[in-house]
Design a protein around this ligand. Sequence first.
Ligand code: KMH
Ligand code: ZN
Length: 273
Amino acid sequence: MDNLIITCAISGAEVTKQDNPYVPYTIEETVEQAYQAYLAGASIIHLHVREDDGTPTQSKSRYEAIIKRIREKCNDVIIQPSTGGAVGMQRDERLQPTELNIEMATLDCGTLNFGGDDIFVNTENDIKHFAKVMHEKSILPELECFEKGHIDLVLRLHKKGFIYDPMHFSFVLGVNGGMTGEARDFHFLKESIPKSCTYSVAGIGRFEFPLAELAIQNGGHVRVGLEDNLYIEKGVLAKGNQELVKKVCEIAKKYNREIATPSEARQILKLKE
Ligand code: KMH
Ligand code: ZN
């Protein structure tokens, strides 16, 4: 089995300091959370950025400032900006971080309800456009799939030449409006992608650690972080992203799965060193 790639989704666009005071807003807070997650074992930082008051933004200059500071502290970590941004943002707004010199970014592979009246819109044309932009800039997309239909669409677009090899999936399970994250869901999705592809799982809320454990046992990779889950255990808030990463490292140890360094993660994902 490959060493385990841990991605840390340090902030997201939806969670707030009211939910967990460690959710980073300022440049300093965001850089510190990324650094602590890296020290704990994360080789990839999935990055959303906020204004100082917590408002989500896809501002190129805000990403640029934060990425520069993260690289100063841990220059080998893989930075994976979001192109999902927040619900309601438009294509060009969402794509701003791809104008920076980045190796990876998320590519959301379908539309879904996102709680209340919110709809997270990713039309087929959006997906083709985002894939094209990333391909032209040699950015590896992390193919975020919130349910099985999203995987089917990716495979169809890949066959038609709109999505390129290598394909690295992220199964984001447990979103209110997407697929749940039970063991049967995990196995169904894992069996639905070609064996040559890599995948990571991101369990939302209570699904975070059970799904991480399944991925660790089955040769997959893992994403954790305050974007996805605020608690280190039932009813106990995590005191920062690093606690969530450390808990994954402990689970990996139980199954003798080594943690990938950023350099090993680049090899596994076929990224240029
Ligand atoms: N904030 C969600 C609407 C991504 O990062 O690509 C979208 C999201 C997915 O978090
Ligand atoms: Zn995200």
